[in-house]
Design a protein around this ligand. Sequence first.
Ligand code: MG
Length: 202
Amino acid sequence: MKIFCVGRNYAKHAEELKNEVPDSPVIFMKPKTAVLANGLSFYYPEFSKDIHYEGELVVRISKSAKSLKKERVKDFIDGVTMGIDFTARDIQVQLKEKGLPWELAKSFDFSAAVGEFQELDSDQIKSSSFTVFKNGELVQEGHVREMIFSIEEIISFISSRFTLHKGDLIFTGTPAGVGPIHKDDCFELFLNKKCLLVTDIK
Ligand code: MG
């Protein structure tokens, strides 16, 4: 199983991190050891002092695909859910300054919390919105229509470089409102007002 993630896919989030809006999708990967299942706690790792949450819509691939045209992407999705792309922001800033790869900041164990999947058709996905609550307070709100690159464009682009297989996951980018996590925080992520992911920080 592969996990692809999109960076800078919402204009306001690119702005809050002072990044330029990209002209093609920014893609990075996490290994399958990054998965944190719904309901499990995230343990604050010792190597960072500034882990951030990034709430994201996650799409699951239904069957093998290579070089998909945008129009065909909808036949290769069998579920969507919410996820958190946990990011060691302090380490990412250092890596960015040196022009180095992001894995140490983004791809460590349990850095990809993944919720319960829902089967939605492509129209339902396109009209979906989501929210992230931290300790009961709304901190992020996103809508699929606000993505810079659509889900079809992202998956078509990824499949032009990487063969996709059943079960591969795509984290589609985070909207504005990211921030630090602290021990004892509790995160609840909702897709279309349905709670699909809960995790607390230990
Ligand atoms: Mg992200």
